[in-house]
Design a protein around this ligand. Structure first.
Ligand SMILES: Cc1ncc(C[n+]2csc(CCOP(=O)(O)OP(=O)(O)O)c2C)c(N)n1
Ligand SMILES: [Mg+2]
Length: 330
């Protein structure tokens, strides 16, 4: 968990430069990991469907930094950033994408089913909103056992249109469980823009939680410090027994819905503008005023870690075909 300092006189909070640099390193590692994943997918080395979170790194990094190791998360189809931020080594995630036994889900899951219970990742889920009810259950367990832990569900704006989302928020608030609902609102559900899927203005999506009397916190999803402070406040509220919180993070998907998506439905100028002005890594780099050599050192370390992860994955073990039905419970 990172630390904050009290801002002199204001009563507000501020994150130290040291901590922000740590966030920068992690966000760049996520970016380099996903760029490599795109490259290896296009080279035909990775099976299945892949969704990257390029542009959304601050949300995963900021939220997970606010958590304690014993806290748990549930992720989505866009899972790599959450898994890295919660502490799974990139080599185990890469091995999973290559379908190897050394992968975090033993090669049985792939990109949309990254699990690592040891670090509190209860799993990614290909079913939109599929992780949310399990998080209410985990939070209920913490509450019943009197454990000072929180459970966090990551999900997108599209997921807020499902019945599962509404049922989960309803029960979470009724039972005042220590859950945090981390809404990564990128304004898209696949190729469907916000105006065609949401009856509310895209920036007002937190109103959905108000219907349940739930506390909401807003933060700019491209500003990792703002995300971190929002998540920290949400965690404090939830763990104190005051009930769940919805954290609304307005973010930007700077690539396609899936790797290979030609994005014919998206205005090219608008996308270019978003890439130029909304990249959370660029925004933090400018703010930290990193020198070229400092940037190169951080980048080289991230790139080397990702390159080594590919080597590790390629040298991994294929699951034996006779084990295909192992771990199948239904
Ligand atoms: C229950 C269900 N319905 C539909 C789909 C197909 N689907 C996959 S991702 C997606 C869009 C999800 O949008 P959002 O929740 O905003 O997440 P984002 O992709 O923007 O991160 C849809 C409709 C699915 N996987 N599961
Ligand atoms: Mg979305």
């Amino acid at each position: 968990m990172a630390t904050v300092e009290e801002k002199a006189g204001s009563g507000g909070r501020r994150v130290s430069e040291e901590v922000l640099k740590g966030f920068f390193r992690e966000m760049l590692l996520i970016r380099r990991f996903e760029e490599k994943v795109e490259e290896r997918f296009r080279a035909g080395e990775l099976p299945g469907f892949l969704h990257v979170a390029i542009g959304q790194e601050a949300a995963a990094t900021g939220v997970c930094a606010a958590l304690e190791r014993d806290d748990v998360i549930a992720s989505t189809h866009r899972a790599h950033a959450h898994a890295i931020a919660k502490g799974t080594p990139v080599e185990r995630i890469m091995a999973e994408l290559y379908g190897k036994v050394e992968g975090c889900s033993r090669g049985y899951g792939g990109s949309m089913h990254l699990y690592d219970v040891a670090v509190g990742n209860l799993g990614a889920n290909a079913v939109v909103a599929g992780g949310i009810p399990g998080i209410v259950g985990a939070a209920l367990a913490f509450q019943m056992r009197g454990e000072p832990r929180v459970a966090v569900a990551f999900f997108g704006d599209g997921a807020t249109n499902t019945g599962t989302f509404h049922e989960s928020l309803n029960l979470a608030q009724l039972w005042k469980v220590p859950a945090v609902f981390s809404l990564e609102n990128n304004g898209w559900a696949e190729s469907t823009p916000a105006r065609q899927q949401l009856p509310l203005p895209v920036d007002e999506l937190a109103k959905r939680a108000l219907a349940y009397g739930m506390k909401t916190i807003e933060a700019d999803g491209q500003d990792v410090e703002a995300v971190y402070l929002a998540a920290l406040a949400a965690r404090e509220h939830a763990v104190a027994g005051k009930g769940p919180v919805l954290v609304h993070l307005r973010t930007h998907r700077l690539t396609g819905h899936y790797v290979g998506d030609p994005q014919v439905y998206r205005d090219k100028d608008e996308l270019r503008r978003e890439r130029e002005t909304k990249d959370p890594i660029e925004l933090l780099r400018a703010r930290l005023e990193l020198s070229e050599s400092e940037l190169e050192t951080i980048d080289a370390a991230a790139t080397a870690e990702v390159t080594a992860a590919v080597e590790f994955a390629k040298a991994g073990t294929d699951p034996p075909p006779e084990d295909a039905l192992k771990y199948v419970y239904a």
